[in-house]
Design a protein around this ligand. Sequence first.
Ligand SMILES: CC(C)(COP(=O)(O)OP(=O)(O)OC[C@H]1O[C@@H](n2cnc3c(N)ncnc32)[C@H](O)[C@@H]1OP(=O)(O)O)[C@@H](O)C(=O)NCCC(=O)NCCS
Length: 187
Amino acid sequence: MSEDRTQNGDGAPTLPLVVGRGVADQTRTVADAQVTMTQLMAPQDANLFGSVFGGVILAAVDKIAYVCATRHACHPTVTASFDQVDFRSAIAIGEIVTLRAAVNTVGRTSMEVGVRVTAESVHGGPPRHTNSCYVTMVAIDEERHPVPVPRLELRTPEEYRRHRDAEERRNSRLELARSSQQRRRES
Ligand SMILES: CC(C)(COP(=O)(O)OP(=O)(O)OC[C@H]1O[C@@H](n2cnc3c(N)ncnc32)[C@H](O)[C@@H]1OP(=O)(O)O)[C@@H](O)C(=O)NCCC(=O)NCCS
């Protein structure tokens, strides 16, 4: 839930803005938890067609989301959900894949981490955007119960836009989870 204390005439909030419903007296910036990981795609990453298995990329996304969320939470985290992932182009063996992750928004115990994946030739050249995904991570204690996370300080208009979009996705996600639970109960 955002603390939309002050607004400019155009509806944009005055930054910085602190959002979240977790630990009231702990705040971390987006930059505090941002992570970049690069890896070379090797022969063991290949599918039957000689390009990279989608699962290799998903595993890398899950790992970087874990690092980013755990940095923000200062607690272990687990993956609660993955949004739809569309692969825009194949990745070749021998290419370098770079993943960039940032916390887009936080709730009470959950965080949405946005991950952007690009691929490029090892010899240089422009990076290609291959996919982006949104991963919901939840901070947990020793008994695997959800625990509150620090609030998130948004400092730039881009961070605010990502947070606002993430809140919309969170509402749709929870609505979807509720309706599938309902369907399971009825079946
Ligand atoms: C994720 C998990 C800890 C949530 O536990 P829970 O008892 O459902 O907890 P709650 O209902 O209190 O929800 C906790 C938070 O998770 C969020 N959440 C729960 N299920 C979710 C889902 N399917 N999608 C998105 N968010 C979800 C809730 O909205 C809540 O967020 P908030 O505190 O910021 O408001 C639990 O379901 C779990 O341990 N799942 C397995 C995780 C795992 O092992 N992942 C790896 C798979 S190999």
